[in-house]
Write a protein that binds this ligand. Structure first.
Ligand code: ZN
Length: 473
């Protein structure tokens, strides 16, 4: 299904050699269609995460796990598979020179997905795994079943080549990443208990992004070296309630609205952490003259660049500051009843260098109304920053060069949360990157409508992980 169009334009055929010439399509062509077919099948399992256990359709998860065993037989024959916390999957590929404290690597992804909004109008049904010759469509194609497939396909093909790693390689596939669940916490705890201190941890996050920086023509392989923290903060106001015909001045809903508007009109201050500055310099070197001039003279243009980050768009703005999004709102249950309490949830993404406590203090000062009660529902600080001048980052660079020869590699700060944040306690080289090509429309489809992945990109993704694994110690 849908394979012909791709094969006709794929050129000279299979290759995964380093520096292979041609467009993104030429690299890993032989791996692309088999990976797409496996992904199509896996998308059909509706492994939808929910915070309410009764809403999780367990047979779909079990079906997915069974399908994996069928689709990747060599992996299941050669690697040890252990279930953690119910349905998280931890594979161990024993190295010939295995030393858990020395240099194992953990490759991560997750196979749960966010729900599909029934009001959304998908071009192809969200759980169809439809292929049109260019794309595999469906929920999870990019986030994050595509990554599960390319990791497993890389290992499957290396096993076929007779390859065996020197040090242990773990594949860790989460089942509740989308609800910030406890599986990744359990896996990290288990590895710690066994004395495993990984040399490298790689999870989802950045991608090979097109059209992300104005003036930059080649795609940018953006590798997350840290991720923002997260905080769910409840805002609550109380009052007497009563009949809506005799409302008090500044009642509970008005005070809550005033607090929300205060947060909206007083954004958190901007900061320019090291990786963002490094990103600007890298992008500037590879782009048009204007941006190059600016980034080569960061000391002079810093205020301007900082301002530009704010104006460029929501993605870049979010990289440089703590953001606040009011998500849930609740007041009275009746149209003619005054609310006795009004409640909002602020979902806050904490900038690198800031903490939960510091953010709560600032929110309190911004709202400046002691009658608005603040309660921390949950959260964690931003992650530490992984280095870019080490062997691990150099290996990531080489693997990108092999799979997307024209891409510019740059560190960045991941704005969303990933399972890998739980591994920063056992590893100081934690990176967030999936070797899948995404343009701005693809990025907008994450957690939204018409999620899909390019079939050619799956082939390049397999090459990325093959190079990475072969380059490990
Ligand atoms: Zn994800």
């Amino acid at each position: 299904m849908g394979a012909r169009a791709w094969r006709d334009t794929a050129g000279t055929g299979p290759s995964d050699r380093v520096g292979e010439a041609g467009g993104h399509g030429a690299v890993g062509a032989a791996f692309a269609q088999p990976a797409a077919d496996r992904l199509s099948e896996l998308i059909r399992f509706q492994t939808v995460s929910s915070r309410h256990p009764e809403e999780v359709d367990l047979p779909q998860f079990e079906g997915f796990i069974e399908a994996l065993a069928r689709l990747f037989p060599a992996v299941h024959a050669a690697l040890e598979l252990e279930r953690v916390n119910g349905r998280a999957l931890l594979f161990r590929w024993r190295g010939s020179d295995s030393d858990p404290a020395q240099a194992p690597t953990v490759l991560m992804a997750h196979y749960d997905v966010v729900p599909v909004n029934p009001l959304d109008d998908w071009t192809h049904p969200a759980f169809s795994g439809h292929q049109d010759g260019t794309y595999v469509w469906g929920r999870g194609a990019l986030d994050d079943k595509g990554a599960v497939v390319v990791i497993l396909a890389a290992v499957e093909s290396l096993l076929g080549d007779g390859f065996r790693p020197g040090q242990d390689i773990y594949l860790s596939f989460g089942d509740n990443e989308e609800t910030a669940g406890d599986s990744a916490v359990a896996v990290a705890a288990l590895l710690r208990e066994r004395g495993v201190s990984p040399w490298l941890v790689l999870d989802e996050g950045g991608a090979v992004a097109e059209n992300v920086f104005p003036g930059l023509k080649p795609p940018a392989a953006v590798i997350g070296v840290s991720e923002k923290g997260i905080l769910d903060l409840q805002l609550l106001t109380r009052g007497a309630g009563g009949h809506a015909s005799t409302p008090p001045k500044m009642g509970v809903t008005a005070r809550l609205a005033r607090a929300i508007m205060a947060l909206e009109t007083h954004p958190f201050p901007q900061s320019m952490p090291g990786p963002i500055q490094q990103m600007l310099e890298t992008i500037g070197r590879s782009s048009g003259l204007g941006l190059r001039l600016v980034t080569a003279n960061m000391w002079a243009f810093r205020p301007l660049v900082t301002r530009a980050f704010d104006l460029l768009g929501d993605e870049t703005r979010a990289m440089t500051r703590t953001t606040v999004a009011v998500t849930e709102l609740e007041g009275s249950k009746g149209g003619n009843v005054l609310a006795s309490t009004a409640r909002a949830t602020a979902n806050i993404r904490i900038a690198v260098g800031e903490t939960v406590d510091g953010v709560v203090d600032r929110v309190r000062r911004i709202i400046n109304d002691p009658s608005v009660e603040l309660t921390v529902i949950g959260g964690h600080d931003a992650s530490p920053i992984s280095r870019t001048d080490n062997d691990q980052f150099a290996l990531l660079r080489r693997s990108v060069a092999a799979s997307y020869p024209q891409a510019v590699v740059t560190p960045y700060i991941q704005t969303g949360a990933t399972d890998s944040r739980n591994f920063t306690g056992i590893c100081d080289a934690v990176y967030r990157f999936s070797p899948l090509l995404m343009d701005d429309a693809d990025r907008a489809s994450l957690h939204a409508v018409n999620e899909k992945v390019r079939i050619a990109s799956l082939g390049a993704g397999v090459v990325f992980y093959r190079e990475l694994i072969k380059g490990l110690r």
